[in-house]
Design a protein around this ligand. Structure first.
Ligand SMILES: Cc1cc2nc3c(=O)[nH]c(=O)nc-3n(C[C@H](O)[C@H](O)[C@H](O)COP(=O)(O)OP(=O)(O)OC[C@H]3O[C@@H](n4cnc5c(N)ncnc54)[C@H](O)[C@@H]3O)c2cc1C
Length: 362
């Protein structure tokens, strides 16, 4: 069978592209060499937090559009798939006093509410969290979800819309001819497609060289406190706490460039646990349950790469989402589908077009 769209990679980005393309009526296949969510998407914390890092300009615009889209679409995906995404709204930010004005200004630019909390407010919202000399802020519109659920939900929603998802099938290279991509070579043969969307996360360069995407290793730990923890996620300069619906708490994350290794270094574990206990002293008595790592896909400028290749027709990029791929997943899916269909995209595509990276764009 020939496809209109072949998506390489079954992470949240590839699956969101597949769902959007299939819902638009395009014959779509996802080719995933392991199982869906085997890469960064299955390892992420699931923060949907445009204000958490020093985002500004077009990247902040994309993150805010992505948050709004996820908040609106999560119930739709839950309905399509029957999967509870564990979306929980509200986030506490802890920031040094000298960064307070800038953070409030950023929120105002983004159109996201953000207000300062008193110590009493913080005790009520996030009991047990010690803010030290940091200012506490409340961001009601930011949220978290459980990324492994988003993977399953997107996969089922994509399949329900008509997409085919093939696991255990590795893409070995592109099938090219006359400046056009016509499909992919896989571990099981050739798959013909009018359009190929490369969404292979940290492994993108092995599928289609040129973007310079590199893996950035990150570790998270899961703890089980004696008493169910506070409800909102807490983001600070020393890391973030994500309380889960099952009463457990995730603390993350480290960030290192150590190639494609996915081990959990003992030092990372020690650092994360020490920071978690310093911020939430009661966690000293919590049970350590597990730790895991994932590889964030990072382009040289740490910005996403979303849109058509300029020199090879039929080739599309949806990669390099680095620390925000869960947040940006649905927006990326809609951006690529709009491009494929020649429709007006939901956000300005220009800042993140592959053309900015000379190796893939010209
Ligand atoms: C510790 C950690 C915490 C994070 N926390 C957050 C967070 O709180 N919020 C947020 O928004 N983002 C977060 N991220 C970032 C987010 O996880 C990534 O940006 C996102 O998952 C990238 O999705 P992806 O689909 O591009 O890549 P991946 O999920 O890595 O998917 C790529 C897929 O391609 C497959 N593949 C690779 N090569 C081939 C091939 N040749 N053929 C077929 N398939 C192939 C892989 O098996 C993989 O399943 C975090 C990441 C980490 C590691």
């Amino acid at each position: 069978m020939d496809y209109e769209v072949a998506v390489v990679g079954g992470g949240v980005i590839g699956l969101a592209v597949a769902r959007a393309a299939a819902r638009a009526g395009l014959r779509t296949v996802v080719l995933e060499r392991e199982s869906c969510g085997a890469g960064a998407s299955g390892a992420a914390a699931g923060m949907l937090a445009p204000l958490a890092e020093a985002h500004r300009g077009p990247f902040l615009d994309w993150c805010v559009a992505a948050l709004r889209l996820m908040s609106a679409e999560a119930p739709v995906i839950e309905g399509e798939s029957g999967v509870d995404l564990e979306l929980r709204g509200g986030m506490v930010h802890l920031v040094p006093e000298e960064e307070l004005a800038e953070r409030l200004e950023r929120a105002a630019t983004a159109g996201l509410p953000l207000r300062r909390l008193t110590q009493a407010d913080l005790r009520e919202l996030a009991p047990g969290v010690s803010s030290g000399d940091l200012a506490a802020l409340w961001s009601p519109d930011e949220a978290v979800l459980r990324p492994s659920r988003l993977v399953i939900g997107l996969r089922q929603a994509a399949e329900r819309a008509g997409a085919e998802v093939r696991e255990g099938e590795a893409v070995l290279g592109l099938v090219e001819g006359q400046n056009a991509v016509r499909g992919v070579r896989t571990s099981r043969g050739e798959v013909a497609a009018d359009h190929v969307v490369v969404a292979a996360g940290a492994w993108t360069d092995a599928v289609a060289p040129g973007a310079g995407i590199r893996p950035v290793h990150g570790v998270l730990v899961e703890l089980e406190p004696e008493l169910a923890p506070f409800r909102p996620a807490v983001f600070g300069p020393d890391g973030y706490a994500v309380p889960r619906a099952d009463g457990r708490l995730w603390w993350g994350a480290t960030q290192r460039e150590i190639g494609f290794a996915t081990n959990v270094p003992a030092e990372d574990l020690a650092v994360l646990i020490a920071r978690a206990v310093a911020r939430v002293p009661a966690l000293g008595d919590a049970r350590f349950l597990r730790a895991w790592s994932g590889l964030r896909p990072a382009a040289p400028d740490r910005q996403p790469l979303v849109g058509p290749d300029l020199t090879r027709s039929g080739l599309w990029w949806a990669a390099g989402h680095f620390r925000n791929g869960i947040l940006l997943s649905l927006l990326t899916g809609e951006m690529v589908a709009a491009g494929l269909l020649g429709r007006t995209p939901p956000a300005d595509p220009r800042p993140f077009l592959p053309a900015r990276l000379t190796a893939v764009g010209r």
